[in-house]
Design a protein around this ligand. Structure first.
Ligand code: TXA
Ligand code: MG
Length: 363
């Protein structure tokens, strides 16, 4: 592990990381969203190792990271003219576009698809790394497959320590949830994964309505084929089972807290200990039940930033079952709810009868 300044990355550290990549090694590096696990895009053997060390299903393609628009032509065949203008505005930034791939991009990277997901990350360390290497870097999030994405170098060590050549430690990442992924080959464009770059903004910039399918909201009913190969897998899971209490359908936050409490009490009555994931606004109302505060309902970016860290923290505190509050699905709230739904083993809607469930039978 090498420490690196997040704002002014030391050239000698970046050079060392470039050396590792050129020798076929894997480098975990910070981006503005989460830590990525990088390999040279054109090094098939290194790319295959990414899948091995993560335990990632081979049919889930990787995101290709470029350091600017110029590098885009190394991996994609064409960029629609209207999109070029949009890219100039949004990159570097937490938004990934699915485009037509060049034949030179190894099939291992794209899981055999004829498309490739590309983004230009807005983190000085990531940019310096790709720029010094002079070629694109393939990088999924640097976690074990199915676990919450890493927002701190310690999370990378927890999941992949001893299995990769180098970790660049630049402290905590900025947004805390992965980039927005959008398929712009479809018209209208389709959101594949919500992220820090909001659909509201994106829709304005693209001058088009963006389709938000149920999978992009994190629902995992087996309806139809998965849109983005990654969405069909269980994700972001803490080790303890997580029950998500949806916010929708209630008149007041007070009623909502009562509902979350009812769920928590039911779990406790069954002889199991609860850890709550709650908002700043509601945290005082749960008495002495153990809890982790995610952030403020007034600033959903704060919730996004703490979410994965909190899921890992909830695993460390005593308790058998995590009960999480839900958040409003506006702006980055769409990304928060997508991650929470996918992390959950059970979703409860307060507006409906809970039905029969026993916390012991979860998972
Ligand atoms: O913020 C991020 O995007 C982070 C950092 C490291 O850049 N990366 C990341 O990668 O989250 P990963 O591999 O954990 O997620 C990539 C997502 C998956 O859901 C995958 O299925 C989708 O992008 N994806 C990749 N290539 C695709 C393609 N050609 N078509 C559709 N979806 C694709
Ligand atoms: Mg991931």
């Amino acid at each position: 592990m090498l420490k690196v300044s997040p704002l002014k990355p030391e050239p000698e550290v970046i050079e060392e990381a470039v050396r590792v990549l050129k020798n076929g090694g894997l480098v975990a590096f910070p981006t503005e969203t989460v830590y990525g696990l990088g390999a040279r895009v054109f090094d098939r053997v290194a790319v295959k190792r990414i899948f091995e060390v993560k335990g990632r299903p081979p049919d889930n393609p990787l995101i290709v990271h470029v350091s600017g628009l110029k590098m885009l032509k190394d991996v994609v065949t064409e960029v629609p003219t209207y999109l070029r203008k949009v890219l100039e505005k949004v990159w570097p930034g937490p938004i990934t576009f699915v485009l037509k791939k060049r034949p030179e991009v190894p099939r291992e990277v794209t899981a055999g698809l004829n498309t490739v997901a590309v983004r230009c990350p807005a983190h000085p360390v990531a940019l310096a790394l790709i720029d010094s290497l002079g070629e694109p870097v393939a990088a999924p999030s640097a976690n074990l497959s199915g676990r919450p994405s890493p927002t701190r170098p310690e999370h990378v060590i927890e999941d992949l320590g001893g299995k990769i050549e180098l970790i660049l430690d630049a402290g905590e990442t900025f947004f805390g949830v992965e980039s927005t992924v959008i398929n712009v080959l479809a018209d209208p464009p389709v959101l594949l994964r919500p992220g820090p770059f909001t659909v509201e903004e994106l829709s304005k910039l693209l001058g088009r309505k963006v389709i938000i399918p149920p999978q992009a909201r994190g629902f995992k009913e087996g309806e139809g084929p998965a849109l983005s190969p990654g969405v069909k897998y269980r994700h972001y899971s803490p080790k303890k089972p997580l029950i998500l209490v949806e916010l929708s359908g209630l008149k007041s936050l007070g009623d909502y807290v009562e509902c979350v409490k009812t769920v928590a009490r039911k779990v406790v009555r069954e002889g199991r200990n609860v850890v709550l994931l709650v908002s700043e606004e509601t945290s005082d109302y749960y008495g002495d039940l153990p809890k982790v505060v995610l952030g403020s309902r007034e600033n959903l970016y704060s919730v996004a930033k703490n979410l994965f860290k909190a899921l890992r923290a909830a695993d460390r505190v005593e308790g058998d079952v995590i009960v999480s509050e839900g958040f409003e699905e506006v702006g980055v709230g769409l990304a928060v709810m997508n991650r929470l739904r996918k992390a959950s083993v059970k979703i409860i809607r307060c507006s409906e009868p809970f039905g029969e469930f026993t916390s012991g039978g979860l998972r």
